[in-house]
Design a protein around this ligand. Sequence first.
Ligand code: NAP
Ligand code: GLV
Length: 336
Amino acid sequence: MVARCGAFPRHSGLCIRMTNYMTRNSNIEVLFACEGVKAKDWLSAFANIRGDLNIQVSPDVGACESIQFGVAWNNPRGFWRRFPNLRAIFSLGAGVDGLLSDPELPVDIPIVRMLDGALADEMAEFVMARVIHHHRLLHRYEVQQSKNSWSVHRPPMANQRVVGIMGLGALGSRCANELKQRGFHVRGWARTCKELSDIDIFYGWDRLADFVTGCEILVCLLPRTLETEGILSSRLFSRLAPGACLINVGRGAHLVESDLLDAIDRGFIEAATLDVFHDEPLPETHPFWTCSAIRIFPHVAAFTRPETASKVISDNIDRILSGKSPVGVVERVLGY
Ligand code: NAP
Ligand code: GLV
């Protein structure tokens, strides 16, 4: 990708250089290395908010030692090892499982996840849409239409519908609060205790069974970690209310795929909304495509928007430069 300073009229200081590195002492050196992401939109967004960033776009990196900050997504193993003077790596996404899976990730700098209110808004919108879809039993009408069948199903009132949210972080707590405001009976599960008004809180592994027992709509918004992989399994499904619905917007690795198909066959689960998968894109021959109880979405529940997320990264750069900790530092031992 080639871009010139002149492409960004609001601040002429933002330069994107391809190969030759020219130091400007006053400028902050950033490497944007996000595979599959349109760099142009991000460069414009950064240019709109400040003029002191020199942003290089991978793979066109000049002097590796000049790079102070990295913006990361989908990088190959060992990628960040090449930059000896990095001060932080900012993940473009809320999930850092991909980044942390690199055994050669620098150990002595902060890894910062994306904490953006706009991302939480979008996730809450998607989760609300799918919870209401399942609550109103709309999945049944979709199946009926394919059979020219007219049959009425009466859902319970929202305050009698138990919705469980796994993960009460930035995204899960927003979804829980909005579902509560919409009138649902909401419970949540996290690793540590939370105070969320009018939401039944469960925390720790020894409360997982209680949390899940009787849930009618289960939403997974956990990060992928060694502890949470495979958590959506037969053991958990068998505790749900009969004919429950599952919404997985966390990561594909949370779900034991064969257990979901089995739970659908056995009536533990009536319908599922899946936005994330073990293999993305979902292979064309995958049995999920032809299962009428499953709705597939291509990892679109929430997008990181350059317009808002560039400000989040920019604020964190300023915090680091003024000697403060960035907001959203990943605890590497926990994996999120
Ligand atoms: P977050 O703020 O880090 O929150 C994670 C939550 O999970 C916290 O409440 C945490 O508990 C809980 N948790 C972690 N490990 C746990 C364990 N072993 N047992 C019980 N609870 C545990 O993350 P977030 O920003 O809300 O994002 C959550 C995930 O959503 C991301 O990691 C990503 O995978 C996914 N995501 C998906 C999309 C999409 O489009 N589908 C978009 C964005 C993000 P504590 O609060 O006690 O620490
Ligand atoms: C998307 O999946 C994210 O982690 O932000």
